[in-house]
Design a protein around this ligand. Structure first.
Ligand SMILES: Cc1cc2nc3c(=O)[nH]c(=O)nc-3n(C[C@H](O)[C@H](O)[C@H](O)COP(=O)(O)O)c2cc1C
Length: 180
């Protein structure tokens, strides 16, 4: 059974991560989920754990197994790292090596060969911001695959690119990458 390490960050589209968790689990993947503090304002860990049937990881200082260092164990166990949705903040942290929460710390501890997929979701002006674009370029240069956001009428009322990619496209990218 392959293990997918799913990071959920603080976007209005975080509720869609429940569907991603559900579908991947039902496909037979072991889905270990890390939620940022902000993401728990949008969707509860209870929802995610009920769908993944696994404990959700929230805090870098929480060590559920005293025999292990959790962030290292999670990183090493991952056959694929997926961040969906990826907020502008989390994109920035991953691109710049900031490790101030569990998700960003685990990202730095991944083995070099672990495939990494990131699905950003944010306001269209945030997505177009040169700083965010530069951060995404940096991530792609170090091996991340970006599943680009869709153009849509966004929750904030703006129309443009920024909506989380379709779940089917994200799942397809995971399946294809793991088959390679
Ligand atoms: C209602 C609401 C919706 C938000 N939606 C997004 C979003 O879609 N994308 C984004 O990058 N930030 C969004 N934010 C801002 C992030 O939640 C904020 O930058 C946060 O610090 C992200 O933290 P994280 O990356 O640790 O999850 C939203 C904030 C609020 C209050």
């Amino acid at each position: 059974m392959k293990t997918i390490l799913l990071g959920i960050s603080g976007s209005i589209s975080a509720y869609k991560a429940a569907d991603i968790t559900n579908q991947l689990t039902k496909m037979g993947y072991k889905v270990d989920v890390i939620m940022t503090k902000s993401s728990t304002e949008f969707i509860t860990p209870l929802t995610i754990q009920s769908l993944s049937h696994r404990r959700v990881h929230l805090d870098v200082m929480e060590e559920p197994d005293v025999a292990l260092i959790n962030h290292i164990a999670l990183a090493k166990a991952a056959d694929l790292f997926l961040v969906a949705p990826a907020s502008a903040n989390t994109v920035g942290k991953l691109a710049n090596g900031i490790a101030d929460d569990l998700l960003s710390t685990v990202a730095l501890a991944l083995l070099p060969e672990t495939p990494k997929i990131i699905a950003p979701a944010m306001n269209t002006y945030m997505y177009q911001n040169p700083i965010v674009q530069r951060n995404l370029t940096t991530l792609k240069e170090v091996g991340y695959q970006e599943i680009e956001p869709r153009e849509a009428l966004l929750a904030c009322g703006d129309y443009g690119r920024g909506a989380l990619a379709d779940i089917t496209d994200i799942i397809h990218a995971v399946n294809t990458t793991l088959k390679e």
